[in-house]
Design a protein around this ligand. Sequence first.
Ligand code: MIC
Ligand code: SF4
Length: 647
Amino acid sequence: MGMNLTHKIIADHLVEGRMIPGQEIAIRIDQTLTQDATGTMAYLQFEAMGIPRVKTKLSVSYVDHNMLQTGFENADDHRFLQTFAARYGIYFSRPGNGICHQVHLERFSVPGQTLLGSDSHTPTSGGAGMLAIGAGGLDVAVAMGGGPFYLTMPKVVGVHLKGRLQPWVAAKDIILEMLRRLTVKGGVGRIFEYYGEGIQDLDVPARSTITNMGAELGATTSIFPSDERTREYLRAQGREHAWRALGPDPDAGYDEHIEIDLNALEPLIALPSSPDNVVPVSQVEGTPVAQVCVGSCTNSSYPDLMKVATALRDKTVHPNVSLTLTPGSKQVYTMIATNGALADFIRAGARVLESACGPCIGMGQAPATDAVSIRTFNRNFPGRSGTPNDKVYLTSPEVAAAAAITGVITDPRKLGAPVQVGIPERYIIDDNMIIPPSDQPESVEILRGPNIKPVPLGTPPAEDVRGEVLLKLGDNITTDHIMPAGAKVLPLRSNIPAISEYVFVRLDPTFPERAKAKGGGIVVGGANYGQGSSREHAALAPMYLGLRAVIAKSFARIHWSNLINFGILPLVFANEADYEGIAQGDLLEIVGVRAALASGAATLTVHNLSQGTEFQVRHNLTPRQAQILLDGGLLNHIKRSAVASGQ
Ligand code: MIC
Ligand code: SF4
């Protein structure tokens, strides 16, 4: 049996382990990316490692999240990031240049290379045949220092796209269909590799919509082959030299199979408040809409925006609708400004925002109370827009355009002849907003504002870990629940003591105060705990409040690694039924933690001292991860290893 593309790229980069699903492997990382909301911590951690210059082929620092400057914090952070990049050999994409994933795809993606990014939507570049993975900032810092990236070898799922997309049906509908079938936890421990005749109709931006939102499946990543469509895209980007043909062998095998018949696919929509709550648009047609937001790293490419602009031409946005536009990059923005499509948006009444994440991460444009917001984004987790009890729906740009015009959810097939827009022959290329690293790094002074506080370190666990159950939660808890983002909280990303005051506040405003009063404690969760973003703040800030362990039915990949990196024990119920026997406020004692981690024993006993019961949990850690926890987190572990090896 031949090899699939995923296995080929992993085999090319494998430094430890074997490609057996479920086993830990380590891969070499060619490129890294960070964004500002996770970048400051990642770079502070890189600095703590004492490495003078990044060792990757390419590292890029983007500024795209923290764009509202309502105080000094964000601007200070941007200045820190710019000076840090100049000093340590990192390219700096200035604020205004665009969303990290869109810009990276355009200007830096290289088929067959590996990319590690401190943002969960890093798989966007998988649309151009990269193995692109999202991770916590500390893992990215290690990769910048030349260290490998450790991950659990995923199963590779072959996704066969059969047939052809029908008019008004978009790449977004393919990934919404995947979410409808598999749910937000269906991709955990998996990489989705797309193939089949149906991929021929998808240009690279369309493919990247799919790989981007594969993050919502919980997948490790998603990937398309590098073929003539990839070549055409790289050529239009003036980078044909980066292209090489790369795909699965004709007789490639996959661990699992999925087939989607594009002929039968129709426009889909994710209802509030989970990306897998997917139904056909026709089912909710007529629902009044108050806001439409076009943009985000999922759907803000040139073809996406041109489709909306064309639909809006000579029309006015419905009087009850506020339409916002966030172009994905300066390149896309310049293109629509040059060809007149921006004027179509403005004339129609769109509120044109800067090229950044914007409303996707609650940086402004929170919708009105009880108002339906239609977004071309990838996440509609509760409250993420900034409005409590928000009603955010996720759709393709086509469906968004239809709603903006009619004021109600509308099947775009009713708009008449479909708008056909592909990628241009040649994009407008001008990298003037990407600053290369300094050639005199010693002379660069790193500027730190008062918002930038040192990274707190974890502490090694006691032999018996005792703590109160501070919260008992259900399934699919997101990192937006654990560590909210938005305009108020995001500026504190470089200041863990300050941001820790917001841990879990959307679920329970008393959490930070209770955690501090009790000297920390334990959280109990359901399945897929910690899904969503890569933000390590969802581990770091709880660690700062004294959280020692999370006991859950299962964990999302990135958050699980982040918990380990910051010395919080991620434990799963040996018997899920034991979840029922725990109440919030119970006092738990996990016995023999150090001994179990050191000996490799996978099962630990937990005494519920309040209920007088006991149950078993498992830690699922490799010996390497167990040692990280014994040392009180990855930074401590790196320091100890350096001391031990005399470096
Ligand atoms: C997100 O979409 O949730 C974010 C904001 O981009 C996060 C990163 C962060 O929290 O800074 C992500 O996806 O990893
Ligand atoms: Fe930015 Fe939204 Fe993409 Fe996250 S999902 S990187 S917030 S545009």
